[in-house]
Each structure stands twice: as structure tokens, then as C-alpha cells.
Design a protein around this ligand. Structure first.
Ligand code: ASP
Length: 435
């Protein structure tokens, strides 16, 4: 009796920091976001000392990124039976491609409506050095690595995904083998990677406790450096992108979830908002992956689907990036040529921007590099000292802000497609939707 009382006392003992951990994590992150904006706008460069606290958060997420991608994709691919793998894979990839193509169209539409353009006088000289875009063929060829060890060490995401998938598929064949030795080997490998994935999830839970502070620091730096610049023509580019992002969420995802999936939108966003906010502040789909997985779990998506589709989506499904590319290409064309794109050029942009968004790594700023590929395809190459380079440099100046929105959209899309595919395959745990 006395012992029990002592235990209760122990549990109830408060430390000066206990309130932090007891307070709802999402609210803590939101408070960090709002405080970050206020501090950034108020103190401008005087707040930049805070940057390392944000870098610490990004480093923690990046540290866990590669083991998470490797372990969850291997577990994902090996938990689906070889017969089912094709079924899930084809649906997920089709969804990803279609929504990305629609996203580029929305981006071009936003460009046509908002007509963003800038006075480029004096900018061409300031544009800086030529930036190089990887060729499309090279981007696609690079998916197949010449050395597995090298791509893991260099964190070449698409190639790592490719390797993890074929390795996982290999395990899934072993697991259903009629040869006992092979079956045992398959199960052992599966258990090892499954255990690794679980440990990674535990680590990420711990890292997320630091998220509110990391978010405050990251956001205040973005607003301290970009705050006053997001006015005028760049303000219009920003508005066009963000309205495009909002339309895509409401019309495309909302429509797909409600009309096609027959699911409750409000319930979806109840869990989707955690990865949404994490992506917004970290600007990395890959870094957000663990949070997206937890959301998928809470939405009742079976692990064998989300462990496969979310890491894949974090890399190849970039709807926000596709919208951004449509808007920015229009901005650059209007600023440089004084007129927009022809229908043929728009078609070219839809194809290249969809492929470019597949080739975009889920890390901060990657979309801006792939924009070079899109510009190149319609005769707007970024060359040193050119007007195109000037307009491109302007966009780069506010890239952090645009990247926040596009990354949030990117991960929301991965989760939406994953949920709908699970529903269509009758594998969604609908009991979780009643709560
Ligand atoms: N930051 C984006 C992401 O991680 C990629 C991009 O730059 O467009 O999803």
C-alpha cells in the first residue's frame, strides 16, 4: 500500500519542463510556427543567430531519413505477396502520375490568370553564374545505380528506392518459397528489417519532441531573410503558387477522397494535418516521411500499403512542385518574352514538369533545380548573364517560401493517394474513420 502511494507520488512529480511534454504536440508546433513568423518579421537579421537550432532539427530528420527509407521500403515491398505487389504498385504509380499532370495544368492556369512578370532591368548582370540541369535521359538512367554502396552513402534517393524495392521484392519471393531453407531465410531477413523500421519509428517520436523549437527557428530565419521581399511581382508569384496549391488540395484531393473514395474529408485532414505542418516547416518530403507514416497508420491504411507507397510518393509524387513549375515557368516567359506559352509549349511543360517532379528529390530546394529542366525544354535556358537567369534568380530568392507550400502539398498528395488506393482495394480499416 505504502509502496503504491510512493509510486503514484513518483509519477505525479513535476519537473520544471514537464508542461512542455504534456502539452499537445501539434499545438506546440503551431505556436512555434506563429512565434517564428513574428520573431522573423520583428527582429529581421538580428534573429539569425537562431538558425543553428533549426539546422539541428533538419539534421535530426535527415539522419533518420536514409535508414527509414531503406527499412520501410524493404519491409513494404516484402510484406506484399508477389501477386499483390503489381496490383498495389500499378495503382499507386498511376495515381501519382495523374495527379502530378493535373497539378502542372493548375500551375499553368494560375500563371495565365495572375500573369506574374517582373521588370528585368539591371537584373541580367546580377543573375550570377550559369546553372546546369541534369538531362532527362540521365535523370532516368541514374535510377539504376552502378554501385549499391555508393548510392546509399551519397543518399541518391531514386536509386536507393530502386534498390530497396528490388531487394524487398526478392525477400517477398523467398517468404512464399516452398523450399523450407529459403522460406526461413526470407522470414529472418523480413524480421530484421521490420525490427529496424520499428526502432526508427521510436527514434522519430523522440525527435518530434524537439519539432516546436526547430520549427520556430526555421520559420523565423525564412521570414527574417525573405519578409520584405515578398511584395510586388514576387508577391504575385507567391500568391499564384499558394492559390494553386489550395485549389489542388480542395478540388483534386478533396474530390478524390470524397467523390472517388467515398470518404469523409474532415476525418482525412484530422490526421493529414500533422505531416502537412511538418512538411511546411521542414521543406522536405523525405524528412516528413515518419510523420506521414504515423498519419497513414491512424487513418487505417495497412502497413504493407503505406510502407511501400509513402516512401515512393515522397520521391516521385510532387504535386506542389509541379504547380510551382507551371507558375514559375510562366513568370519567366512573361518577364523575358513579354508573352505566355503556346498550346504546344504547354503540352511540353506538362510532360517535362511531370517527369521533373518525379526526378525531384524530397529535400529542400530540389524543385528549383528541376525547374531548370522545364525551362530548357521550352527554349528558356538559364545561361550566365541572360534575362532568363535574372528572372530565375528572383524566384530563387523566395524559394524557401514557395518550397514550404509545395512540400506540404507534396506530402498531402502522397497520403491522399495512399488512402484512396487502400480504400479501393478494400483494405482500409474503416473502423478508424468512425471515431
Ligand atoms: N522540397 C520539396 C520536397 O521535399 C521538393 C521541392 O523542392 O520541390 O518535397
Amino acid at each position: 500500500m505504502e509502496k503504491k502511494g510512493k509510486q503514484n507520488k513518483e509519477a505525479a512529480r513535476k519537473h520544471w519542463y514537464s508542461w512542455y511534454f504534456e502539452f499537445n504536440l501539434l499545438y506546440r508546433i503551431l505556436i512555434g510556427l506563429v512565434l517564428g513568423i513574428i520573431l522573423g518579421l520583428l527582429f529581421k537579421e538580428k534573429i539569425l543567430w537562431i538558425a543553428p537550432l533549426g539546422d539541428l532539427f533538419v539534421r535530426l530528420l535527415k539522419m533518420i531519413m536514409m535508414p527509414i527509407i531503406l527499412s520501410t521500403l524493404i519491409v513494404g515491398a516484402s510484406s506484399v505477396s508477389p501477386a499483390n505487389l503489381g496490383r498495389v504498385g500499378i495503382r499507386v504509380i498511376l495515381f501519382y502520375l495523374l495527379t502530378s499532370a493535373v497539378a502542372v495544368l493548375i500551375g499553368l492556369l494560375m500563371g495565365a490568370v495572375f500573369q506574374p512578370s517582373a521588370e528585368l532591368a539591371g537584373l541580367a548582370e546580377a543573375a550570377g553564374k550559369e546553372a546546369a540541369a541534369p538531362s532527362l535521359t540521365q535523370t532516368l538512367l541514374n535510377i539504376i545505380p552502378t554501385s549499391i554502396a555508393q548510392v546509399v552513402v551519397n543518399e541518391t534517393i531514386l536509386a536507393v528506392i530502386f534498390v530497396s524495392l528490388i531487394f524487398g521484392i526478392g525477400i517477398s519471393y523467398l517468404r512464399v518459397s516452398s523450399d523450407k531453407r529459403l522460406k526461413n531465410a526470407g522470414e529472418t531477413l523480413f524480421t530484421i528489417f521490420d525490427g529496424t523500421a520499428e526502432v526508427m519509428m521510436l527514434i522519430i517520436k523522440g525527435i518530434m519532441q524537439y519539432a516546436p523549437i526547430g520549427v520556430l527557428a526555421l520559420v523565423s530565419v525564412v521570414f527574417a531573410t525573405n519578409g520584405p521581399k515578398v511584395v510586388g511581382s514576387l508577391g504575385i508569384v507567391t500568391a499564384a503558387c499558394f492559390i494553386g496549391y489550395a485549389i489542388h488540395i480542395i478540388v483534386v484531393y478533396g474530390g478524390l477522397i470524397k467523390v472517388y473514395g467515398g470518404l469523409n474529408i474532415k476525418r482525412y485532414f484530422k490526421d493529414a494535418k500533422d505531416p502537412f505542418i511538418t512538411a511546411f516547416v521542414t521543406r522536405s518530403s523525405n524528412g516528413t516521411l515518419p510523420v506521414s507514416m504515423e498519419a497513414a497508420e491512424n487513418l487505417g491504411v495497412p502497413k504493407d500499403i503505406y510502407a511501400f507507397s509513402l516512401p515512393l510518393g515522397a520521391t516521385i509524387n510532387m504535386d506542389g512542385t509541379a504547380i510551382y513549375q507551371g507558375v514559375c515557368a510562366t513568370f519567366i516567359a512573361l518577364s523575358v518574352w513579354g508573352h505566355g506559352f503556346s498550346f504546344v509549349q504547354m503540352g511540353i511543360i506538362v510532360v517535362t514538369a511531370t517527369l521533373a517532379s518525379i526526378g525531384t528529390a524530397g529535400v529542400p530546394g530540389a524543385g528549383a533545380i528541376m525547374l531548370l529542366l522545364v525551362l530548357d525544354s521550352v527554349g528558356l535556358p538559364v545561361t550566365a548573364g541572360s534575362a532568363v537567369a535574372g528572372a530565375y534568380a528572383m524566384i530563387l530568392g523566395i524559394d524557401a517560401l514557395l518550397d514550404m507550400g509545395r512540400t506540404a502539398l507534396n506530402v498531402t498528395g502522397d497520403l491522399a493517394c495512399t488512402t484512396i488506393v487502400a480504400k479501393k482495394m478494400k483494405e482500409l480499416n474503416l473502423a478508424k474513420w468512425k471515431a
